[in-house]
Design a protein around this ligand. Sequence first.
Ligand code: NAD
Length: 244
Amino acid sequence: MGRLDKKIAIVTGGASGIGEKMVDLFSAEGATVIAADINEKALEEASRKENVVGMKLNVASEEDWAGLAKEVYERFGKIDVLVNNAGISSEKPYTDIDLDDWQKMLSINGFGPFAGIKHVASYMAKEKKGSIVNISSYTAQIGQGFNHYSASKGAVRALSKAAATTFGKSGVRVNALFPGIIETPMTKGLSTSRDLLGQLIQATPLQRLGQPEDIANAALFLASDDSSYITGAELVIDGGFSAQ
Ligand code: NAD
């Protein structure tokens, strides 16, 4: 028996990197998974997988969220799990960031999870049960020069706690993961510089970069009933990098 048997799970950003790995793991553990992403071409591929349904979603659009949550609920009769994973990153220097950059970053990385919780938690509440996992970042805790990206992930951190207290009485749990540097298309730019890669690995107590499955395994635990008394929790998954 799988750890997510018969569960209906939505994973945003499910067409790439960490999200794609979660989609594969959750479906292998018995869930029907809705891979929700803005990248329609990548979704076509995701939709060919067993027990995976690709749906287009721009997480920054409240209209998209309302439509997706309703469609999933009407089609499957419930929503058990939501992983707010979709996101964009930027290493733009602080003094070059303008209001447009800020609003784009905060709309996708901040409003996205906020709106997802807003629209999905009410369906979860009907069943008096649900698990929401938000993907923040170690940069919410130590910055590391990521500027408005760090700020957006700080918003996710605070939002996770706030939502855990707001929806706890409805049986909906909300937890947050804080990945370190994980090898995905998002960090491909970093990976091309051997020097930087070597420095990062050296500075990490566990002496390696993270892999998408490192995050997917933790998300599986938080999504499953194995964590049924855990809400408002924070789990850093960075090989010990930010512990120093
Ligand atoms: P990725 O670029 O491989 O995947 C991100 C996915 O999100 C893509 O499929 C993309 O199409 C989708 N997406 C982007 N904007 C969207 C929108 N507006 N609506 C819907 N989907 C959208 O990135 P990843 O490395 O797998 O990152 C996944 C999450 O983990 C992100 O939130 C990221 O900030 C976070 N994270 C990543 C790392 C890392 O080192 N890779 C570290 C810490 C946190």
